[in-house]
Design a binder for this molecule. Structure first.
Ligand SMILES: [Zn+2]
Length: 462
């Protein structure tokens, strides 16, 4: 395939499907391989890749791409494009490698969006080296997938050998392979020391500027959502998610200002027990992510037995629901006290956080003496008096809102943003309540009987 330009628009699903389609039996086999690969990611191999592909609503077999690509289509969605002939030719092991590779690319675009990095071909090669190194370690491989006996992609050890030869010829010391590939930054930094850094042509579209359509807004939305959900899974005790996220954090944190900021915003430093003292993330935000993770925890996710999944895949049944598990949507109520002054950035941050958590249905309420539903972003008007009991009466189904609508859900968690000044209450299910108390407020739920989850929010300049 020519390297400049595509035969069809890579975001046009119909055109992609219609472009010289592969025979139906090849498409069917490729689809089975893809499903089996995604199932394995969810069960044992990559929480990050599993989350990412769960978010690719359209997964399109097309011969318009040579291998595979995750495309951010500009309308807010991500597409997975894969060449069915290629998938069948490289087999399940190859498909997993390629899908892991593509998932990682999207996160790289999220973490490293700096135009000067993106424009640098050495950086693009370094990214390939890093991604393929991680893929081999994570998937337990000793080499790249083979297509007709030829390795597919950039071989990290091959690049390292060229690097050693180049530096030796310059009379410079070269790093051994483990140090060379230790972080994404180390690969890039060391390649820049070469007289003649590699800029090889190969099959991955990511080596070409503009090779894969990916608007940064969609990439960032999906990327941050994938990282947040992986973090929540890690905090709920999923060892796979925790190991993978820590590894990604260690590889990329500090590599660029943006990457450091993104990890800081996520509060992921808490995972490795360092406070990240210089970060702008407040403790209450980390605390809330933790508490929400425990309140919204599943127990039922990924209970799908692997053997049965593999059997279904072998029988040609798409194991569609299996990688997510039979998960009930969690109901989260956020109640916002309009009698005091609630800093806008706290509400904004909370809105964004809640919006990125998968499988959660959020109900937003404002309250003073009465309860009113609102949409985040809408202006809310405070009235007289404050009543926590009004919130409890509403979410426990006893009283409708001022608009006359009753609450019919059973919430899994209730977050209350307030200054705390109103008569104390004991809700029916106090273990579900999370109180965020503004500066100067009264944190009575912390020493109430029974005690409830409670934290002060810092609302200083931000
Ligand atoms: Zn690539």
């Amino acid at each position: 395939m020519g390297v400049s330009g595509h035969v069809v628009d890579l975001t046009d699903r119909r055109a992609l499907a219609e472009w010289r389609p592969a025979p139906p039996e090849v498409v069917a086999q490729a689809r089975r391989l893809k499903e089996a690969a995604l199932l394995d990611f969810g069960l044992t191999e990559s929480a990050v890749a599993s989350w990412l592909y769960a978010k690719c609503r359209h997964q399109v077999p097309t011969t318009a791409v040579e291998t595979a690509a995750v495309v951010a289509s500009g309308d807010g969605t991500c597409l997975l494009l894969y060449n069915p002939r290629f998938f069948v030719a490289v087999g399940l092991a190859g498909v997993k490698f390629v899908l892991f590779h593509e998932a990682r690319h999207l996160l790289q675009r999220h973490l490293f969006a700096e135009p000067e990095l993106r424009a640098d071909p050495v950086f693009r090669v370094a990214t390939e080296v890093s991604i393929n190194h991680v893929a081999m370690v994570r998937l337990g491989r000793t080499g790249l997938p083979l297509l007709d006996g030829e390795p597919v992609g950039i071989d990290p050890r091959g690049i390292h050998a060229r690097y050693v030869a180049d530096l030796t010829a310059q009379g410079l010391d070269a790093l051994a392979y483990p140090d060379f590939v230790e972080t994404d930054q180390s690969v890039y930094r060391e390649l820049l020391r070469m007289t003649d850094p590699p800029v090889p042509a190969h099959r991955c579209l990511h080596l070409l500027p503009g090779g894969v359509p990916a608007d940064q807004e969609t990439v960032d939305r999906i990327g941050s959502s994938v990282l947040l959900n992986t973090l929540l899974a890690a905090r709920r005790g999923q060892a796979l998610a925790e190991r993978e996220l820590l590894d990604l954090l260690d590889r990329t944190d500090g590599a660029s200002e943006r990457a450091t900021r993104l990890w800081g915003t996520l509060g992921a430093g808490a995972l490795r027990g360092t406070a990240g003292a210089t970060r702008r993330v407040d403790w209450w935000q980390r605390w809330l992510v933790d508490v929400l993770a425990s309140k919204l925890s599943e127990g039922e996710r990924l209970v799908y037995p692997k053997k049965r999944g593999a059997l279904l895949a072998a029988l040609g049944q798409p194991p569609t629901l299996s990688r997510r598990g039979p998960v009930r949507t969690k109901v989260l109520v956020v109640a916002y006290d309009t009698s005091g002054s609630m800093p806008a950035h706290v509400v904004e941050w909370l809105t964004e956080l809640v919006g990125r958590i998968d499988g959660v249905e959020a109900h937003w309420l404002s309250f003073d003496g009465v309860v009113m539903p609102f949409r985040p972003g809408e202006r809310v008007y405070g009235g007289g008096g404050t009543s926590f009991q009004a919130v409890a009466d509403h979410v426990e189904g006893r009283t409708p809102t001022a608009e006359g609508r009753a609450f019919e859900e059973r919430p899994d968690a209730v977050v209350v943003l307030t200054d705390g000044y109103a008569p104390h209450i004991t809700p029916a299910e106090p273990e579900k309540w999370i109180w965020l108390i503004t500066e100067g407020g009264d944190d009575w739920p912390d020493h109430h009987t029974p005690q409830m989850a409670c934290h002060r929010v810092t609302t200083g300049a931000s």
